[in-house]
Design a protein. Structure first.
Length: 129
């Protein structure tokens, strides 16, 4: 018998879709109307993922920043073709309630670029604390 979460057909990725973690490939980022058909327009940025055809991941502010951090770029065009891990974090809060949600982390084996070192900073003689 199916779980009740499997009975709801949605065009958006749900936390149950990613479970303990799944590696996904970003195909693109697009502005999408996430409102119900009968409701007023509500556009949000969404990630298109190769591993979930027909489903979009709504990019809340936290996940936008985490993707930018793990991919070492805020330019969404540079996200295309890159891999991240999505996982179900049961501790995510929304409007003061713990509801769970999708979170992002670095894909295994992917290392962010090291920040450039400024020689002038190293010669300043100031301890780093």
């Amino acid at each position: 018998m199916p779980n009740i979460n499997d009975m709801k057909n949605s065009r958006f990725l749900k936390r149950q879709d990613v479970g303990d973690g799944v590696v996904v490939t970003i195909v693109g980022v697009e502005l999408t109307n996430v409102a119900l058909e009968s409701g007023p327009k509500d556009e949000k940025w969404c990630a298109v993922l190769k591993e979930f055809p027909g489903k979009l991941m709504v990019l809340n502010g936290t996940n936008q920043r985490m993707i930018a951090k793990v991919l070492d770029t805020e330019e969404t065009d540079e996200w295309v073709g890159r891999k991240i891990v999505l996982w179900d974090d049961e501790s995510v809060e929304f409007k003061g309630q713990v509801v769970g949600g999708i979170r992002v982390k670095r894909a295994p084996g992917k290392v962010a670029k090291a920040p450039a070192v400024n020689d002038a900073d190293e010669d300043a003689g100031t301890p780093p604390f």
